[in-house]
Ligand binder design. Structure first.
Ligand code: GEK
Length: 271
């Protein structure tokens, strides 16, 4: 059943005021390092996270509020909305602002203790918007039980799981969705065609340069992410989603090598 009430205003600011005031400019990879090490979501990253993700992921500032808008359409009364790999809760906050259904619960999960600690502080400070409650949980999403879900969001998180863990998570998400429920999956993708891969990577680096990152910062961040973030191709995403029972996969956004898609259990739910 679709909502008939008038639409809530959907903010285009991916991190509304509640995450903005403590966020600093990302300068983590500015100094030359002999070995940048593996990227970790620790306190240093938390303090610059909104700036970092907005300047690194083309379209992030659009994807977050549009995820709220999609959640508004597909959220069902007395169900749970999951934000898996929530970081500072931008998607949860966008869903809370957009969704108008009775009995909704929002569960925001992240394995980083620093992220969850900061998210809890932000939610406590946030006196104006209390309902529905956002439950912030520190947990590895491979362990999260997904039950009675109408909307599950993986916003740039699946890519951080070991490739052999991705199928099992998507399987559990598919099983935990109520009829008519959806998965919103946003990922950095790689391209099977080498020329396309080179082209999109160049354009992404150009984007980062327009955002003020230097060649050194781009190179050092790329090295730090190399072992921890392993993007799949669109073909792999489609095949894996189909194999766990999502009949329809509808991409709705692409900004260079960053893609967002909606996956439906039943094609008939899509219209
Ligand atoms: C946003 N969705 O702002 N279990 C739980 N969390 C994890 C795991 C795991 N196994 N692996 C990584 N993470 C957010 C942005 S950021 C994307 C997501 C990025 C968490 C990790 O701690 C981090 O907070 C998040 O996934 C990825 O819309 O930084 O490119």
């Amino acid at each position: 059943m679709r909502q008939k009430s008038r639409h809530a205003k959907i903010t285009m600011n991916a991190h509304p005021k509640d995450t903005g005031d403590m966020s600093h400019k990302d300068t983590l990879f500015q100094c030359e390092m002999s070995d940048p090490g593996d990227f970790v979501f620790d306190d240093r990253v938390v303090s610059v996270f909104p700036d970092m993700i907005n300047r690194s992921v083309p379209g992030y500032g659009l994807i977050v509020p549009m995820t709220g808008m999609l959640a508004r359409r597909y959220a069902q009364e007395n169900t749970v909305l999951y934000d898996l790999g929530c970081s500072l809760g931008a998607v949860s906050i966008a869903m809370r602002a957009a969704v108008r259904r009775p009995g909704i619960k929002i569960v925001a999960v992240d394995s980083s203790a620093d992220m969850i600690r900061r998210l809890k502080e932000l939610l406590e400070d946030d006196a104006a918007l209390k309902a529905p409650e956002i439950r912030a949980v520190q947990q590895d999403i491979t362990q999260t039980s997904i039950e009675n879900a109408s909307v599950v969001v993986l916003n740039f998180t699946l890519q951080f799981l070991q490739p052999d863990q991705r199928n099992a998570l998507l399987n559990r998400i598919a099983s935990g969705l109520v009829p008519g429920g959806i998965l919103i999956l946003s990922e950095k993708v790689r391209f099977q065609d080498e020329v396309e891969q080179a082209l999109q990577t160049t354009w992404h680096h150009d984007f980062k340069k327009t955002q003020g990152y230097s060649e050194l910062e781009i190179a050092q961040k790329r090295d730090a992410l190399e072992n921890v973030m392993k993007p799949d191709s669109m073909e792999q995403h489609r095949d894996r989603l189909k194999s766990v029972g999502f009949e329809r996969v509808s991409p709705w956004f692409q900004g260079f090598n960053f893609v967002s898609m909606v996956a439906f259990r039943n094609s008939s739910d899509a219209v």
